[in-house]
Design a protein. Structure first.
Length: 291
């Protein structure tokens, strides 16, 4: 009887012990440690050869319904890991590719399953933005060379605040992406701060954010009203550890958006057609008059 009671109590406890807390961050942690280098570049070639099964195992957990009672920090960390993992998987599906923008409708198509629902990458991002923490823009990596750094560890609820602060500072300290020049009273930062300006609050709140997380306080001058703030062009070349994606031009981006990103692409092609038609019409009129 005593043995039966012990076994019964153990069996009753198993569901509680085994109840999932969302996707296992350890799986993602292991993958990024192996396939992301110290410059936050991704070795997509090796990942495609050696790590697809593990990535798909992690994404299978991402796809399952998550516990309804997840703490806010746990859900935020899980969504960040999910976004980055899904982006990597989409790139690997098409790799080698010069840019994620050369793939079909990469951000708006609801092709991914997260927490039991079909979502787009934009929809996952929107869930995070609604949490009201602008630091999420420093950790969501869209597979571009101008993206914030892909962290070489998984985000976890226990360390999330520290990780968000650290990744924001590392991102702003990258002089190739963000430049703070107090001697010129000017800064040039990522276009992300322009695209999502509303998430940072007012103009002064954005400047305060940049000043707070800038390297060694070099952005504190931005709190002065006459300080100049500009935004850098965004390099959409693939954030690959090899030369894949290097030299991806703005003109190439425009063409890829037009051909791979409906309905924006259809509108862009229509405008291009109208512009070319206008040029042809002017040329034809001038030629007729010359005759």
């Amino acid at each position: 009887m005593k043995l039966l009671r012990i076994v019964t109590l153990w069996m009753m406890s198993v569901p509680l012990l085994a109840q999932p807390g969302g996707p296992d961050a350890a799986l993602w942690d292991s993958l990024v440690k192996r396939h992301v280098n110290e410059e936050a570049r991704v070795d997509y070639g090796r990942w495609k050869r050696e790590g697809l099964a593990e990535l798909d195992a992690f994404l299978a957990q991402v796809a399952e319904p998550w516990p309804a009672g997840m703490e806010a920090s746990a859900r935020k960390a899980a969504l960040i890991n999910a976004y980055n993992a899904l982006t990597v998987r989409w790139v690997l599906t098409h790799y080698p590719v010069q840019s994620i923008m050369k793939t079909p409708n990469p951000f708006r198509a609801a092709r991914h399953t997260v927490d039991g629902r079909k979502l787009s990458l934009d929809a996952v991002e929107s869930q995070l933005r609604k949490m009201g923490d602008p630091r999420v823009h420093s950790v969501l990596v869209c597979a571009a060379r101008s993206c914030p750094p892909l962290r070489r560890e998984a985000y976890t609820a226990e360390r999330l605040e520290t990780q968000l602060d650290d990744n924001t500072r590392v991102w702003l300290a990258n002089a190739k992406l963000n430049e703070f020049a107090p001697e010129r009273n000017a800064a040039a930062v990522s276009s992300i701060f322009k695209w999502y300006k509303g998430d940072f609050g007012t103009e002064q709140q954005l400047r305060a954010f940049l000043a707070r997380y800038s390297p060694e306080g070099r952005g504190e001058f931005l709190l002065q009203p006459k300080a100049k703030l500009a935004f850098n062009d965004y390099d959409w070349g693939l954030n690959d550890a090899s030369i894949v994606g290097k030299g991806y031009t703005q003109w190439r981006l425009y063409w890829d958006v037009a051909t791979h990103y409906p309905p924006v692409g259809l509108g862009a092609l229509a405008l291009l057609g109208a512009a070319l038609g206008g040029v042809w019409w002017v040329w034809a009129v001038r030629r007729t008059r010359a005759a």
